[in-house]
Structures are given as structure tokens and as C-alpha cells.
Design a protein around this ligand. Structure first.
Ligand code: GRF
Length: 201
């Protein structure tokens, strides 16, 4: 399968995908990495011809940026598009264009803590657990059908950074396991109802 990745930063989730492919545990190839940050180190993880990055400030508005990124993405003909540390909201037209093959990994136990600062919010709430979610992307932020989640304990005295590191450590295997299901064609998602091997989740 052809996987494209949207990333805005260091790309540790992208690195996990690259490592799984190299280890033979994910039957796919990363055909492209696209970013809203031309300096994102994630871009360095693929060959130059597989990189696309532009500064949103070079575009009239969000729709224009999303249209340009969508055109570049479509040209790579991805089977799956993975938002992995992509920190910009995707407009509705972009989401609809890739609906059904667009997934995101979010560092919270959705539906808790959509949006930013998820770890600080979990700590603030005194939660005993935190974690990550892989979900299909819909126009509403972090609201699509959840495919898989991983949990970690919140430890007394945790800082947001310590919790973030503990969650990040489970994000990587969670993302790879989710992608293994998707690449193997075992998942269908219809009107918010997920089925794996025909069994409703
Ligand atoms: C991760 O916590 C991811 O869940 C969130 O962005 C953070 C950085 O991801 N969306 P990465 O290390 O750039 O893959």
C-alpha cells in the first residue's frame, strides 16, 4: 500500500512507520511526506522527490493552502493518508477529498481532550489514565470514528512532558498496529460504524 504522511515536526510517528516497513512488519511504502513547515525534520526521512512543504503564509487563505497540498497529495496517489504530528486544522474540502483513507493519531483517549494541550488537561483533571487514539478524520476536529486506542497510567508528580513521553511511547505501536489493519484491508468504516473482518467494533 501507498502511505502518505502529513507531519509538522520531528516525525517520531513517521519514523515508526519507516522502521516497521524496513523491519517487514508493515507491507507498505511511504510515497510522500507533506508539511506546513518547510523546516520540519520529518521531511528528511524520505527522499527529496517524496517531499512537499509550503508555508501557509504564502497562500491567500486556508482553502488555498489545502487545495495546493491536496493537489500535491493526490499526485502521489496514496492509498492511506496519515496525519502524524500534523499541527494544522484541515479544511472541510481537503477532508472530504480524502475521506475514508485519512487517519490521524491524537495524543488523548478520545473523545476526551480534542484539540491541543491534551496532557496538561488530563493532569489538570486528575485523570488516572491517559493515552492515544487513531481515528478516521472528519471535518470536525478530532471527532472521527476511533479505530484503536492505547492507555498509559498517569503517575503522581507527572509533568505534562513526562506524560507526553509515556503516551508517545505507545503511540508508535498503536499507529503501526492500526496501519497493519488498514493496509491488510480488514477495516471498513460506514457512517461511523467500524467493522474489522466484517465484525462491528
Ligand atoms: C504526537 O504526540 C502526536 O500524537 C501528535 O503530535 C505529537 C508529535 O508527533 N499529533 P511526531 O513525534 O511528530 O510524530
Amino acid at each position: 500500500s501507498r502511505i502518505a504522511v502529513l507531519a509538522s515536526g520531528r516525525g517520531s510517528n513517521l519514523q515508526a512507520i519507516v522502521d516497521a516497513i524496513a523491519a517487514g512488519t508493515l507491507d507498505a511504502e511511504v510515497v510522500a511526506v507533506l508539511s506546513d513547515k518547510p523546516e520540519a525534520s520529518a521531511l528528511q526521512k524520505v527522499a527529496p522527490e517524496r517531499r512537499w512543504a509550503r508555508s501557509p503564509k504564502d497562500f491567500a487563505d486556508r482553502a488555498a493552502f489545502d487545495a495546493a497540498m491536496g493537489d500535491a497529495l493526490a499526485a502521489f496517489a496514496p492509498d492511506w493518508v496519515v496525519c502524524a504530528g500534523y499541527m494544522r486544522i484541515l479544511g472541510e474540502a481537503f477532508v472530504q477529498r480524502f475521506a475514508g483513507r485519512l487517519v490521524n493519531i491524537h495524543p488523548s483517549l478520545l473523545p476526551l481532550y480534542k484539540g491541543l494541550h491534551t496532557h496538561a488537561r488530563a493532569l489538570e483533571a486528575g485523570d488516572a489514565e491517559a493515552g492515544a487514539s487513531v481515528h478516521f478524520v472528519v471535518p470536525e476536529l478530532d471527532a472521527g470514528t476511533v479505530l484503536a486506542q492505547a492507555r498509559v497510567p498517569v503517575l503522581s508528580g507527572d509533568t505534562a512532558e513526562q506524560l507526553a513521553q509515556r503516551v508517545l511511547a505507545v503511540e508508535h505501536p498503536l499507529l503501526i498496529a492500526s496501519l497493519q489493519w488498514l493496509v491488510a484491508g480488514r477495516v471498513t468504516e460506514r457512517d461511523g460504524q467500524l467493522e474489522v473482518d466484517g465484525h462491528p467494533l
